[in-house]
Design a protein around this ligand. Structure first.
Ligand SMILES: [Zn+2]
Length: 298
C-alpha cells in the first residue's frame, strides 16, 4: 500500500471531511456562482470550512478545486485563473489542516461527454494532467476524483493523476437505476471497481448521489470486487427543495449510527457529501472511535 495511506490506516478506519458546497450556500454562495472562485475572492470563508472539519475530527480534508479543470473553468470564462485557483485551493486547505490532517487535492468531472464525442480521451487526460500537476506542486498529499458518472472519464483522470506520483482515490457517484446502484451513465460498482483498480487507483470509492442507506450495499459490492481500501461519502439523504434551496433530512445522529454499517461492510475512509456538516463529522468521528475500541476489545 502507498505510504500515505499506510500511515493514515495504521490505526484503523479514517474520518474524512463533510460537504463544502452545503457550507458555502449557508455562507451566501449564490446558485450558479462557482464556489472554487471563492479561493481568490473569499479565502477566509473557504478556510473556515476545512478548519471546522479538522476541529470536528477529520483526518483528511479536501481542497476547493472540484471545478478547477480547464474545460469547466473555460465554460465560466475563468480558464486564465486555473493555476491560481488550484494553487490557492491547496494552500488554504494546508493552512486549515496545520499538520493535523492530510490534504487531498479534489478533482471532478468536466461536464463533457466521451460518448457523444464532445471530448476525447486525450483531451481529458491533458486536462486532468494540467490540474493535478498544479495540485501536486502546491503540496497535495493525494489526488481524489469525486462524483464521477462516466467510467471512461474516471479512468482518464486516474491515469493523469498517477503521473504526479501521488496516490489516487477514485470515486464514482451512484444515483441512478431502479436500485440506485448505478452511476448516471449506468456504471455498476463491480464495473467501476474493476476498471479503476486496473487503471491504478490506490483507493476505490463512492460519494454523493444518495443517502447512506444505499451506500451500505454498494460498499459491500465494492468490497467483493476489489482488494483496494474503500472510501465512502454519502449525502445526508436525498434533498428536498425548500424555497429553491436543497434541504437534507438525515440527522447527524442517524448518519453516524449508519456509519457503523459502512465500517462493517468494509469501508476504510468514511465521511459525508452534500448536506453533511461539521456536526455530522463530529458524530462520525465519535462512532469510529467507539467502533475501534470495540474491535480492539473483542
Ligand atoms: Zn455531494
Amino acid at each position: 500500500m502507498n505510504p500515505v495511506f499506510e500511515r493514515l490506516l495504521a490505526n484503523g478506519p479514517v474520518v474524512t471531511d463533510g460537504a463544502w458546497g452545503t457550507m458555502f450556500l449557508a455562507m451566501g454562495l449564490r446558485a450558479g456562482e462557482i464556489g472554487d472562485l471563492w479561493n481568490l475572492t473569499h479565502p477566509e470563508r473557504v478556510e473556515a470550512v476545512p478548519r471546522a472539519y479538522v476541529e470536528a475530527g477529520s483526518q483528511v480534508i479536501l481542497t476547493n478545486t472540484f471545478l478547477s479543470n480547464r474545460i469547466t473553468l473555460a465554460a465560466h470564462g475563468l480558464a486564465d485563473r486555473l493555476e491560481e485557483l488550484n494553487r490557492t485551493g491547496v494552500e488554504i486547505s494546508r493552512r486549515a489542516a496545520g499538520g493535523r490532517a492530510a490534504v487531498f487535492g479534489s478533482i471532478g468531472p468536466t461536464g463533457k461527454l466521451l460518448v457523444t464525442g464532445e471530448v476525447t480521451e486525450t483531451e481529458l487526460e491533458e486536462t486532468y494532467r494540467e490540474q493535478t500537476r498544479i495540485l501536486a506542486e502546491a503540496g497535495a498529499e493525494a489526488i481524489i476524483l469525486e462524483t464521477m458518472g462516466d467510467l471512461g472519464e474516471a479512468v482518464c483522470a486516474v491515469r493523469a493523476s498517477r503521473e504526479t506520483g501521488l496516490p489516487v482515490v477514485a470515486c464514482m457517484a451512484y444515483s441512478s437505476g431502479r436500485n440506485k446502484d448505478r452511476t448516471m451513465m449506468g456504471v455498476t460498482p463491480e464495473q467501476a471497481a474493476e476498471a479503476l483498480t486496473e487503471a491504478g487507483a490506490d483507493v476505490i470509492g463512492a460519494n454523493c448521489g444518495q443517502g447512506i442507506d444505499g451506500y451500505i450495499e454498494i460498499c459491500r459490492r465494492l468490497r467483493a470486487a476489489t482488494d483496494r481500501p474503500l472510501w465512502i461519502k454519502p449525502n445526508a439523504g436525498l434533498p428536498e427543495l425548500v424555497e429553491g434551496r436543497p434541504v437534507y433530512r438525515t440527522s447527524p445522529e442517524e448518519f453516524a449510527a449508519k456509519t457503523v454499517e459502512l465500517l462493517e461492510a468494509g469501508a476504510h475512509f468514511v465521511g459525508g457529501c452534500c448536506g453533511t456538516t461539521p456536526e455530522f463529522i463530529r458524530q462520525v468521528a465519535a462512532t469510529v472511535k467507539q467502533w475501534k475500541a470495540r474491535k480492539n476489545a473483542g
